[in-house]
Design a protein around this ligand. Structure first.
Ligand code: COA
Length: 258
């Protein structure tokens, strides 16, 4: 498959995926999600690739979220399909990969961007990265696993605060709360991830896959299904219409509250 929105390099048994829509801050449109799905599948099946690193093109953004322009006019049904398909095609796929996936967060990781980073097995961020789940400021909720994976990583109280305020946190706070494992200077981000990858490559790939499966097994519950239903319901609200329209018109939202 030819890719238009992502770049792939393989070197020293490490696969590097770069999401490459810098003019849209690497926002995840449907085409990019499809391409990522195929890229992850191919790399997981390639025995010569032992670790995968995913990052965003440019210095400004890892991924600034799902593509708001694409879903602003969706119905309740389309909204729930968006969440269900995205979770299955990409976010659950990444979490279940048998090859370890490291998120190299090089800038804004917002909404679907932070959800993608959280689906990875762990995260390293550059010192100027900013992270958040701003969906409630658009009249919707995180729909790509964010209501489940954020509390798993940072605890319920911190996740509640981040999701309810729709605010962003910097790298130091993310490090303190366990959202990321390390903070490094921008120019050291990929070298640092590669250094960790090299340590992983020294270990048994069979044992690594078994460890991933075993750790993931501890987090199985029905929360993802509830998130899909609630995410879809948001698409029937006036608040959602106002939130997404305000973003696209570059103004502050004035929510009617229904
Ligand atoms: N979906 C679609 N387009 C997006 C986007 C998204 N999630 N995030 C950024 N973009 C686009 C902008 O619309 C803009 O496009 P334009 O140049 O054609 O107008 C371009 O990327 C650059 O973004 P801009 O907002 O001008 O950059 P900024 O530096 O002023 O602000 C952010 C950066 C990240 C704070 C801001 O882009 C933002 O809030 N993005 C949305 C984040 C979000 O709510 N994500 C969750 C979605 S569910």
């Amino acid at each position: 498959m030819d890719f238009e929105n992502i770049l792939i390099e393989i070197e020293d048994q490490i696969g590097l995926i770069t999401i490459n829509r810098p003019k849209k801050l690497n926002a995840l449109n449907k085409a990019t999600i499809e391409e990522l799905h195929h890229a992850f599948k191919d790399l997981d099946e390639d025995e010569d690739v032992r670790v995968i690193i995913i990052t965003g093109a440019g210095e400004k953004a890892f991924v600034a979220g799902a593509d708001i322009a694409e879903f602003a006019n969706y119905s309740v049904y389309e909204g729930s399909q968006l969440a269900a398909k995205g979770q299955e095609l990409l976010f659950n796929q990444v979490e279940r990969m048998q090859t370890p996936v490291i998120a190299a967060i090089n800038g804004f990781a917002l909404g679907g961007g932070l959800e993608l980073a959280m689906a990875c097995h762990f995260r390293i961020a550059s010192d100027h990265a900013r992270m958040g789940l701003p969906e409630t400021s658009l009249g919707v909720i995180p729909g790509y696993g964010g209501t489940q994976r954020l509390p798993q990583l940072v605890g319920k109280g911190r996740a509640m605060e981040m999701i309810l305020t729709a605010g962003m946190i910097g790298t130091e706070q993310a490090l303190m709360s366990g959202l990321i494992n390390q903070m490094v200077a921008q120019e050291l981000l990929i070298p640092c991830c590669k250094k960790i990858a090299t340590k992983i490559i020294n270990n048994s790939p069979v044992a690594i896959a078994a460890a991933i499966n075993s750790i993931n097994a501890g987090y199985n519950n029905n929360g993802y299904k509830k998130e899909i239903e609630s995410f879809g319901e948001c698409f029937g609200t006036d608040d959602f219409k106002e939130g997404t329209t305000a973003f696209l018109e570059k103004r502050k939202a004035n929510f009617p509250g229904k």
